[in-house]
Design a protein. Structure first.
Length: 241
């Protein structure tokens, strides 16, 4: 199985769930493709974020994470190598606050840098052309990484929304990260994966921040994420999640 890992949409959680369920996966947080599969410990080897590359058919694991964009060709290459896709979506507003918590509350704090407010962080550079990573926010990343191609930089282009939805429909299973839990894990049964997701009653710091957000912050975030909001709404309407 290839787990499509869009940033802050539950990919690390799903990887952990796979290992907890007894599936074989590389010992790194994202179940990533290893340069040397004979040494599965992430401390001792190097991994690659994009799983669909030469050698995929030969990896000694049941699942692998693909922390990159997909397109029709990439999806087909994995299928030709004998893999099926597991997709993940998340409420785009939740995604923003989770990303902010990771980038500002955790990473910047580790680096000893000054903490910035949510709207200031979002306004620094919310364009992938500034460099995509956890330090800055890329709005509508779910649409970008599901549509692929030119849509990675320009998800507003005609056809990007439709392509993202079409590629999502090619996934064998689509799950939903909701807060700290994954919804829809019962659908994994048809792929031979019996997942044991439990409601631990955990409320994350990002969920707390979301609950305390001002009306102005919510309006700003909603405008930034308008394409992804439409995508998740349509996926729900069509029964994908």
């Amino acid at each position: 199985l290839v787990l499509h890992h869009i940033w802050k949409v539950g990919g690390t959680h799903l990887c952990s769930l796979a290992r907890e369920s007894g599936l074989r996966a590389a010992l790194n947080p994202g179940c990533h493709f290893l340069v040397n599969s004979s040494v599965p410990d992430a401390v001792l080897t190097t991994w690659r974020p994009c799983a669909v590359q030469p050698g995929l058919a030969d990896i000694p694991f049941d699942v692998v994470g693909h922390e990159c964009a997909v397109d029709e060709i990439i999806i087909s290459k994995a299928e030709d190598a004998g893999f099926r896709w597991v997709g993940m979506l998340r409420d785009p507003i939740q995604q923003v606050f989770s990303w902010y918590n990771h980038a500002v509350k955790i990473e910047l704090k580790k680096q000893g840098k000054k903490e910035v407010a949510l709207t200031e962080w979002l306004g620094e550079c919310n364009d992938p052309q500034c460099g995509m990573g956890f330090s800055t926010f890329s709005p509508n990343l779910q649409t970008r990484w599901l549509a692929g191609g030119k849509c990675v930089l320009h998800p507003e282009l005609e056809g990007c929304f439709e392509q993202a939805l079409a590629n999502l429909k090619r996934m064998a299973v689509v799950l939903e990260q909701d807060g700290s839990a994954v919804k829809g894990t019962e659908k994994l049964q048809k792929l031979g994966w019996t997942a044991h997701e439990q409601d631990r009653g955990f409320v994350s710091r990002s969920a707390t921040m979301l609950g305390e957000a001002t009306a102005a912050e919510m309006a700003y975030v909603t405008e930034l994420q308008h394409i992804d909001l439409r995508l998740v709404k349509e996926a729900r309407a069509q029964g994908l999640i």
